[in-house]
Structures are given as structure tokens and as C-alpha cells.
Design a protein around this ligand. Structure first.
Ligand SMILES: [Fe+2]
Ligand SMILES: [Fe+2]
Length: 248
């Protein structure tokens, strides 16, 4: 990433910091803290993180930063919805661990055509080395297969595995909010070798793509809180666009 892009990313972070955090990140601090605790202390999650870190492609904006945040939001959604359904703690924590694992693995084949399908196949191979049941492996793979936007997902018979799939999708699409403008955009700009003027030309088209995701959230929590996360990102994106127009 060159100095110009670095400076732009820092400016984008300054702009984002002036915007209030979306409600999801304020309302669900407790489930999020639980997700974070599992992410940093659960043995299988730590081992998987160490395994996938060198395989994730930071250059495409889909490295550990992205994958860990997808898993943390997926695990948070799982916790929120299972607590509401009064499911016992052990089952909640197990599905949260699978959510974190699905997040870490979902973009493992990001560089390939049909990366959701390729990632699902790869995830099955990786998880076979871990103490995870066959049914759990299949459900993580299905969630990864289902994570592409604007496709029809394959449904699960078991509500818990359906929640795993829906929460992975929503955790991934939450990233289309402010993370697009503080993180992904600059990695893509760097990867594609764009100048600021070229970025300006592509910007309106990119923004219209972001807005289309609003109607696609799948979990109850995602449908409720996802649109505001996207609106928050779009507001930040508009300010970044103005900054680019004024300075380049
Ligand atoms: Fe993906
Ligand atoms: Fe992703």
C-alpha cells in the first residue's frame, strides 16, 4: 500500500470516527464480549486462527481483519438469537465457536472463481484436522457455500445450523458498512493500482452496489440492525467521496 493510499485510509478512519457506532455494536456489548472471549481463549479457535492466518489474502481486503470481524459478528448474532430462544449456555457457546470458525474460513479461497463453493470444500478439509463432528463440519461448509450475496441459499433442517448460515452471511455483509470505507476500499485500490482520480470515477458505482445489500439480511437480528450498519457506512462513504473530490 503506497503513501497516498495510506494517507487516504487514515483520513477515512478520521471521518468514520466522527460517526456514531451503529446500534448493533452498542446494544449487544455483552454478547459481543462473550464472542471476543471465545475468539481469544478457545483452544480450537486459536489453533484455527494460527492455521489460516498465512492463507488469508490481506491484499484483497479479506485477510484476518475481515475474517475475524465476520466471525465475531456472526457469533454475536448467534448468542443474541439463542439467548432469546432460552437455549442452554453450552449449546450457545458451541454454535458461537462454529460461527467464529466459519468466519475465519469463509474467504479462505477468495482468489478463486466461485470462492464460496471453493472455500466450502477447502474448509471441510481444514476442519477434518480439528475436534469437530462430521455434522458440524457439514454445517460450517454449508454456511460458507451460502455466504455469497444475491444468491439463493441452501436451507438447513436444523434451526441451529440455519442460524449459523444466516449469521455468517449477515456478519459478512455487515462489513459492507463502515469497514468498506475504512478498510476494504483501500486494499482494493492498492491491489488494482488505482489513482485517486480513478477511484473517484468508480466511487458512485461502488456506492450503489453497497446499498443493494440492505434488503438481503437473513437472520432476525441482521434484518433489524443490518440496514442501519449499511446506512452508517454509506454516510461515511459520502464524506470520503467529498474529501476526494475536494483534494484530487
Ligand atoms: Fe466472501
Ligand atoms: Fe467475506
Amino acid at each position: 500500500m503506497n503513501e497516498v493510499i495510506h494517507r487516504l485510509q487514515r483520513e477515512a478512519e478520521r471521518i468514520a470516527a466522527r460517526h456514531r457506532a451503529p446500534d448493533f455494536y452498542i446494544r449487544f456489548r455483552a454478547p459481543m464480549a462473550m464472542a471476543r472471549r471465545l475468539y481469544f481463549s478457545h483452544g480450537e479457535v486459536i489453533a484455527l486462527r494460527e492455521y489460516v492466518t498465512p492463507l488469508l489474502q490481506e491484499s484483497l481486503g479479506h485477510g484476518l481483519f475481515h475474517s475475524s470481524r465476520v466471525g465475531l459478528d456472526a457469533a454475536t448474532i448467534i448468542c443474541v438469537e439463542m439467548e432469546a430462544a432460552r437455549i442452554d449456555r453450552v449449546r450457545i457457546e458451541r454454535l458461537m465457536v462454529l460461527g467464529l470458525m466459519a468466519g475465519l474460513l469463509h474467504d479462505i479461497s477468495r482468489g478463486e472463481d466461485n470462492h464460496a463453493e471453493a472455500g466450502a470444500v477447502e474448509a471441510e478439509k481444514v476442519l477434518a484436522r480439528f475436534p469437530v463432528t462430521d455434522e458440524e463440519i457439514r454445517s460450517v461448509a454449508r454456511a460458507i457455500r451460502n455466504h455469497e450475496a444475491f444468491t439463493v441459499p441452501i436451507r438447513s433442517r436444523r434451526p441451529a445450523f440455519q442460524l449459523l448460515s444466516d449469521s455468517l452471511y449477515d456478519g459478512d455483509k455487515f462489513r459492507w458498512g463502515r469497514d468498506t470505507f475504512t478498510h476494504t476500499l483501500w486494499h482494493m485500490m492498492s491491489h488494482q493500482g488505482l489513482t485517486p482520480r480513478e477511484l473517484i470515477e468508480k466511487f458512485p458505482w461502488g456506492m450503489s452496489g453497497v446499498v443493494r445489500i440492505v434488503d438481503t439480511f437473513r437472520s432476525t437480528t441482521g434484518k433489524h440492525f443490518g440496514p442501519e450498519i449499511i446506512e452508517n457506512g454509506v454516510a461515511i462513504g459520502r464524506e470520503i467521496y467529498q474529501y476526494l473530490l475536494q483534494n484530487y
